[in-house]
Design a protein around this ligand. Sequence first.
Ligand code: GLN
Length: 499
Amino acid sequence: AIDNVQMHNGRLNAFVAVTERSILEDLGNQSVERQQQGTSLSPLDGAPIGIKDNFCTKTLPTTCGSKILEGFVSPYDATVVQHLKHSGAIIMGKTNMDGFGMGSANVFSYYGVAINPHDKEKNPTNKRRVAGGSSGGSAAAVASGMCVAALGSDTGGSVRLPASYCGVVGYKPSYGRCSRHGLVTYANSLDTVGILAQDVNMARLVFDTISDYDIKDPTSMTNEFRKRIDHEDQVLASRWAKSDDLSGLIVGIPQEYYVDPLSETVIEFWRRGIRFFRERGASIVPVSLPMTQSALSAYFTIALAEASSNLARYDGVRYGQRSTKDREEEDEFLYADTRAEGFGSEVKRRIMLGTHILTAGTYDKNFLPAQKARRLVQQDFDRVFIQPNLLHDQEYNSLFDKEGEGRVHLLLTPCAMSPALTIDECLPESDMHDDQSSNKHNRAVDTYVNDVMTVPASLAGIPAISVPSGESNGLPIGLQLLSQYGYDQFLLEIANVFS
Ligand code: GLN
């Protein structure tokens, strides 16, 4: 891993900070010793792991890919980072990301774009393929062997999309499974700790290590609830455990995911995925999730509103950068100057949109309907899954039972509209040269469409995983599997067969 960082990081820009070589070697030697003495701490002992730069770490800076936090070192480790350290995993470094997780291509990082390891090295700079975002650095680091797994965060698809672009596994567990304590907030009701890994088994090992109740995260799934849900989850998972025979499994294909901008190549891979399940005895059922059309606008309304409020804490007083502009009315402008200098263009755009959404009038007209749409997206999923939603009582779940027919154990969908895009295709109008920007009206907001496959699962808090399913012209394409809330082991079990 150390050699791979040395060989590839200059070109790929995956890590923005790397742990000192001597420390890595020491930790590696200690792990080897433990292994020889039969005292390994866990199956992850000695595994090199990357950490997205929005998880707090005591020994390396945490910048969230933004200038405003340049040089900031947290006084504590995020809970999930602590879990990894206790298991003997070795923190390789912090990975590149879109500022505060806002983006799908990693082009909004203060540290520059993370490049896709599958990019042809000879492409001119603006035609190079992006690693995807916002966890682009984590995906590129895993895909190029700089680590065996990496933490990402997934608010609306940020581990699944880059995983699809880079040909690795990207897993977003159910909301509340892994502690968010020490994960810098973007949109708290959607933020989920995510995992990028070379294969499903590695993703599962990391998940088992970091998934635990944490009193420091008020949205953490309680132990009591875990016990109940884990039992149901295990029962279902064991039906298809370690077997290639998937008979009895019912896989849904949501028709609303068949959208216009979906590329021919992705459609072809989706068909192949369907064939894979059919050939192993699973039944394939077309299903309808009618609220999918509203999911994208609901997501961006809620995420931006939460972000505008969460990012108010960057005032130049408590953390990171402070403007040094010399003004007479210092106090009044310190806050504004710091934010104007420190935030990137996309973050500013979103703070303004989010603030607008929360103003009187717009709140009723946009924010409340978005919250309602979110609830309906959740109900769409509850209607199609055979498994009950254990967050709700029997009465709620029995409402959907009556609808009987056509229900499924999991859903198979594309993950991204196309294979990895070029840098040029991802830059918004305002960041392009004049001659490139003609007829590119509203491009910044147009690029939000790329998230249409991933945001419904985020709104519903359900587990979702992107599994590599092959390459087209040398560029990987992933497919997404989704399951009912809490059925994480079941999802991983099927993903393992599928991978
Ligand atoms: N691309 C989406 C956004 O920009 C999702 C990002 C994420 O999951 N952090 O909001």
